[in-house]
Design a protein around this ligand. Structure first.
Ligand code: HEM
Length: 554
């Protein structure tokens, strides 16, 4: 039994415990002071940093997450105040640049210090693998060499012109039906189908027919888009590796999407390989077309150091195909969509363009001594057949050289890309610590991103009317197209990794737009929201829903 004294003692705190709260308080105070000094040191070190407010550990994650869906405009706000902006993220920082002098340094002068890098590669690997977009060093150089050779070939250019014309006419036919039925169409969806079919035909020699009149289900494109959105999210989602490990959330969906994308891609490769085997067996070597995929298949068969070992298996070829799909489909289709939107919202530009196209048609017909097919009621025949014949006649005039004469059209496409560049931001890794020409220090392991979307809207780059859509800025006093420095107009990147498909993209876009703008009018469906979606490509989040009508031809 305990004594009353002991019982009383039990109810009381001991001497040590009596002092414990005070000792605890000291510890707490010490920790608090250390924490406070850490925050102060952090803020002191960031006092000269230009950009969003940064917090210890999490950096600017909160502000970035809050602005994720308007990220490009969020950057415009910062980059118009400061030409270079650093955004801290957990364990890393991103530096965004919009000054052509800095861009030239990163893309050309000190090119070797700014590879795609491991961070970018790890994010994009699941989609792009070892393909040209995701490769550095020798792996990149070998693919670049092979692909450059293909793009420079006249055969490919001639073949592309025929394919682009054929698919533009298919689009015409779908739009004619929509006109008649008074149906709303999603132009972005149609452009995506047209460019996917085109890249498959030109790049891989296969006909996939997503632009046929019944508009078949396009599960490859849906899965490809989902995969693209999710890999973009990885750049600001610190938990993506955990989700991937646990196979949950967005990463689980990514896995499913990639499975679908791969099924399609491997089927394209098998088809092409089978055709090559068949052509060889029947002794018809001339039937082995020289599309990009066939070229890589041949290279893989030859083996050897010059890239052959990369493409010997189907995984290497799968990466080639997907990289060219991402290069050729979305970029061109989104530019066509933004162009159509610009034409609808700038009637004076659309009218001037229509006049250029009408004059071109009349001049070319006169030069060739052909009579234009009458195809409107005022001409004497408003039938569908006459209309189709007239469009086909016009398309026939659109040769590679003929398209080169359409200066205003070229300026309109370029102006669209200035304000709505298909690749709105393009991050590069940093191999070693460096100082940019404006004095900004960048650290090895971080990232530097040149931002075409912001660059096109900066008054310090384009003057006070930078935000206006004004194609005339691209035309000189002599009436010829006037180029800008590729370090200022960065829609196609610049330096050793400049886009390989630039000419091909212009060819396809001008072919389609010349036909559409000459023969159709578009009107945005009332209340349809036009906004970009956050993914590597600047596509429209809700598509581009329009009503189409036939344009007067006079
Ligand atoms: C409006 C259309 C296009 C735009 C705005 C565009 C823009 C770009 C940009 C910004 C890059 C650099 C991307 C990066 O650093 O990861 C690039 C690279 C590339 N583009 Fe394009 N592109 C377009 C169309 C095309 C087309 C149609 C093709 C081919 C079918 C193509 C083939 C390529 C290739 C192969 C590269 C990789 C170059 C390299 O890393 O060496 N592009 N393009």
């Amino acid at each position: 039994m305990s004594s009353p004294m002991e019982e009383a003692h039990h109810g009381m705190p001991s001497t040590t415990t009596a002092f414990f709260p005070l000792a605890g308080l000291h510890k707490f105070m010490a920790i608090f002071l250390v924490f406070l000094s850490w925050i102060l040191v952090h803020w002191w070190s960031l006092r000269k940093q230009k950009g969003p407010r940064s917090w210890p550990v999490i950096g600017a994650t909160l502000e970035q997450l809050r602005n994720y869906y308007r990220m490009h405009d969020w950057l415009v706000e910062y980059l118009s105040k400061h030409r270079t902006v650093t955004v801290d993220m957990p364990f890393t920082s991103y530096t965004y640049i919009a000054d052509p002098v800095n861009v030239e340094h990163v893309l050309k002068t000190n090119f070797n210090n700014y590879p795609k890098g491991e961070v970018y590669r790890s994010y994009m690997d699941v989609l792009l693998g070892d393909g040209i977009f995701n490769a550095d060093g020798e792996l990149w150089r070998k693919q670049r060499k092979t692909a450059s050779f293909e793009f420079a070939s006249k055969n490919l250019r001639d073949f592309s012109t025929i394919v682009f014309r054929e698919y533009s006419l298919k689009l015409r036919s779908i739009l004619s039906q929509a006109c008649k039925a008074g149906k709303v169409v999603d132009m972005q969806e149609l452009y995506m189908r047209m460019t996917l079919d085109s890249i498959c035909k030109v790049g891989f020699g296969v006909e996939i027919g997503t632009l046929s009149p019944e508009l078949p289900e396009n599960s490859f494109a849906q899965a490809f888009d989902a995969a693209n959105i999710i890999v973009t999210l990885r750049f600001i989602d610190p938990l993506w590796r955990v989700k991937k490990f646990l196979h949950v959330g967005s990463e689980a969906l990514l896995e499913q999407s990639i499975k679908l994308v791969d099924e399609f891609t491997y089927s394209v490769i098998r088809r092409r390989k089978a055709e090559i085997v068949q052509a060889r067996a029947s002794g018809k070597q001339e039937k082995i077309k020289h599309d990009i995929l066939s070229r890589f298949i041949e290279l893989g068969e030859a083996g050897g150091d010059d890239g052959g070992s990369l493409f010997g298996d189907d995984k290497g070829l799968r990466d080639v195909v997907l990289n060219f799909v991402i290069a050729g489909r979305d970029t061109t289709a989104t530019t066509l969509s933004w162009f159509t939107y610009m034409a609808m919202t700038h009637p004076a530009v659309a009218e001037k363009l229509r006049r250029e196209l009408a004059a071109f048609e009349a001049d070319r017909a006169r030069e060739d001594g052909v009579a234009l097919v009458p195809c409107s009621d005022s001409d004497g025949d408003g039938s569908d057949e006459a209309f189709a014949a007239r469009v086909a006649q016009f398309a026939g005039l659109l040769s590679y050289d003929g398209l080169g004469k359409l200066v205003y059209l070229h300026a309109c496409v370029t102006e669209t890309l200035r304000l709505y560049p298909a690749v709105p931001q393009d991050p590069k890794g940093i191999a070693e610590d460096d100082v940019l020409p404006d004095g900004t220090k960048v650290r090895a392991g971080g990232m530097v991103t040149y931002v075409p979307y912001s660059m096109g809207r900066m008054e310090y780059n384009w003057g006070p009317d930078a935000a206006s859509f004004r194609p005339e800025r691209w035309i000189g006093d002599d009436g010829a197209f006037r180029n800008a420095s590729p370090f200022k107009f960065t829609a196609f990147q610049a330096g050793p990794r400049i886009c390989l498909g630039k000419d091909s993209a212009y060819l396809q876009m001008k072919m389609a737009l010349a036909i559409l703008c000459r023969f159709f009018r578009f009107e945005l469906v009332e209340g349809h929201p036009v906004k970009y979606r956050m993914m590597t490509i600047l596509s429209m989040a809700h598509g581009l829903k329009v009503r189409v009508s036939r344009a007067p031809l006079a």
